[in-house]
Design a protein around this ligand. Structure first.
Ligand code: NAI
Length: 338
């Protein structure tokens, strides 16, 4: 099976290589086809996301992606935004769940954050009105709103989840979130067997911090989803730099393509040192395996991750250990079993 591998930059090459090792250890044979992106691609092709990489994903349909740095301010448009818009990857899915052996203030977190990936404030529609005054458009369309809410309900149905919470700020952004909310209520009527609730995003943040066990599947627009994903990583991670960023996997789905990637970024502060936590990318690769029809390989990886965390050996620094990317990867493979 041929699958595109985008190593990215920063810690990207280190953690994606670890993921490839773990996938190989499941016994699933994958022929990784490397697609350039990130700083090395910008230096070589003058574009951090060359057309040939997009073409590769169109050809092979599925990709595993490492993080890519986006310089703040002027320069290139975010690679991730271009990738999601260019391939129509409208749904971002991030499962946030408590893992064994990790001490956090919360015991039973089990959420799936579903984020609209192509519109909202990240639509990239910004302009300078006059010097000193800039305007960003928060784009919400009925079609994209319906597509993402229906996706969330279908995901809930597929995974046997009990509730979908639509997160919004319709009391302030009356037109944009007003439309989104109206669409969400209509779509929810098609799923009477799944509980539907609507909540202002600020209340959601408060309740997540107080007791995240009350939530199940959450669906929302782009910016809110970005923030809630990181908040979720904080809920299941240990105290310390990075929190749970090295643990939370993710996937971006469209109607034709799927790109799997961790929530975290390129972590330039630890890049090249061999100490990055590869678990988030390894778990993203596990989601990829389920997507391509190998759920038993996904289960094997999840078993390996849980076993390694429980044993507490070879852990990276963000998890309180003194180990390396390689040592935790070895432990995961060891605990995957035959
Ligand atoms: P970041 O996630 O790269 O790092 C935040 C903190 O978490 C840092 O202290 C870092 O060392 C730590 N950390 C992150 N992942 C870790 C891991 N796997 N193991 C151990 N520690 C980890 O976020 P930051 O610094 O805001 O972004 C850096 C760059 O990454 C930016 O250019 C940003 O645009 C880009 N980025 C790319 C993403 C992607 O390609 N999907 C997603 C998020 C950010």
């Amino acid at each position: 099976m041929q699958i595109v591998l985008i190593e990215g930059d920063g810690i990207g090459p280190e953690v994606t290589q670890a993921a490839c090792r773990v996938v190989a250890a499941t016994g699933v044979k994958i022929d990784w086809v490397k697609g350039p992106a990130g700083i090395p691609a910008a230096e070589r092709y003058g574009d951090p996301l060359p057309d040939e990489t997009l073409e590769m994903i169109r050809r092979y349909r599925v990709a595993l992606k490492g993080p890519c740095t986006t310089p703040i301010g002027k320069g290139y448009k975010s690679i991730n935004v271009r990738l999601r818009q260019g391939l129509g990857l409208f749904a971002s899915v991030r499962p946030v769940n408590t893992l064994p052996g990790i001490r956090t203030p919360y015991e039973k977190v089990d959420l799936i954050v579903v984020r609209e990936n192509t519109e909202g404030l990240y639509a990239g529609m910004e302009h300078e009105v006059v010097p000193g005054v800039v305007e960003s458009v928060r784009l919400i369309t009925r079609g994209a709103a319906e597509r993402i809410v229906r996706f969330a309900f279908e995901l809930a149905r597929h995974h046997g989840r009990r509730m979908v919470t639509f997160c919004h700020k319709a009391d302030v952004m009356r037109l944009s979130d007003g439309l989104f909310l109206e669409v969400a209520r209509t779509v929810a009527e098609d799923y009477p067997f799944i509980q539907f609730e609507e909540k202002p995003i600020d209340n959601v943040c408060l309740e997540l911090a107080m007791d995240p066990s009350g939530f199940d599947v959450l669906v929302m627009e782009n910016l809110f989803g970005d923030l809630i994903s990181d908040l979720g990583a904080g809920l299941i991670g240990p105290a310390g730099p990075g929190g749970g960023l090295g643990l939370v996997p993710g996937a971006n789905f469209g109607t034709q393509y799927a790109v799997f990637e961790a929530v975290h970024g390129s972590a330039p502060d630890i890049a090249g040192k061999g100490i990055a936590n590869p678990i988030a990318v390894i778990r993203s690769a596990a989601m990829l395996l389920e997507y391509v029809g190998r759920p038993e390989a996904m289960a094997k990886i999840e078993r390996g991750v849980a076993g390694a965390l429980q044993a507490g050996e070879g852990l990276t620094r963000d998890l309180g250990g003194t180990g390396t990317t390689n040592s935790i990867t070895d432990q995961i493979i060891k605990h995957m079993g035959a």
